[in-house]
Design a protein around this ligand. Structure first.
Ligand code: BTN
Length: 241
């Protein structure tokens, strides 16, 4: 049985899991509502909103066929959990941002350690529109700012459902065993990039597909390109033309 532990204040739930990796079993997780040194993708920081967001990290160390696609699988797991717990319908901006009404609701940061992977998830629950204005993050949102009331004990309820997704034998078991191909259809149905123009590191073009390894298949003037890393700007999302 995986463990879920609440930390009233922490520097970063990802850092905490890395520091305690030798004591953690597959599927063990921690969560907090106050993170003083939250880490984002590509060396960025992640905004702290004490009491208004969920900061959750799960430690994964079991067999995994396709660990490189974990960020994509994790975004689907979070999307399922948000629908189940709050009835929220989200979309995925490749590889793993979750959007609601075109704004970022969830960020995910997966980091490898020698004994496994820590998968950190930040979910915006009740920050107000003014909070995002003040933080100068015009393309971020929360459940509440997008019209969904998360209700009592929202962080705890969501953390429990996330753990049900990530635990061994849980919602991501097919992914663990068969890799991204097992989730590809569900991922594509949620992915906002499909059919849109994107700018990636080294080119631009129209997204035709997401392949069985989780790569964006982009039709460019120079032919088809498969994109697996880096930042991708998507036409019509976050103010991109
Ligand atoms: C991103 O840049 O989009 C990824 C953000 C990931 C933030 C989460 S919050 C919980 C976990 N702990 C961290 O320090 N980062 C991740």
């Amino acid at each position: 049985m995986s463990r879920l532990c609440y930390l009233p204040v922490v520097d970063s739930t990802n850092l905490w899991c890395k520091q305690h990796a030798d004591q953690l079993e597959d599927g063990d997780a921690v969560y907090s509502q106050c993170q003083t040194k939250g880490r984002g993708r590509l060396g960025r920081s992640w905004q702290n909103a004490p009491g208004s967001a969920l900061y959750y990290t799960v430690f994964l160390k079991g067999e995994m066929t396709d660990p490189a696609s974990l960020p994509l699988a994790a975004s689907l797991a979070v999307s399922r959990a948000l629908e189940k717990v709050f009835g929220a319908r989200t979309q995925i901006k490749w590889p793993n941002d979750l959007l609601i009404n075109g704004k970022k609701l969830v960020g995910i940061l997966c980091e490898g350690v020698p004994s496994g992977i820590v998968c950190g998830i930040g979910v915006n629950l009740t920050q107000s529109k003014e909070f995002w204005q003040k933080a100068q993050l015009p393309y971020a949102t929360s459940l509440e700012a997008s019209g969904i009331q998360p209700g009592e004990a929202a962080a705890e309820r969501l953390a429990k459902e996330l753990s049900a997704q990530f635990a061994p034998g849980g919602g991501l078991e097919a992914f663990r065993q068969k890799g991204f191909a097992a989730l590809r259809q569900e991922y594509c149905a949620a992915c906002v990039n499909l059919g849109r123009r994107v700018v990636f590191e080294g080119g631009e073009g129209l997204v035709k597909d997401v392949d069985g390894e989780g790569r964006l298949v982009v039709e460019t003037e120079a032919g088809e390109r498969r994109v697996f890393t880096g930042e991708v700007q998507v036409g019509g999302i976050y103010g991109q033309l």
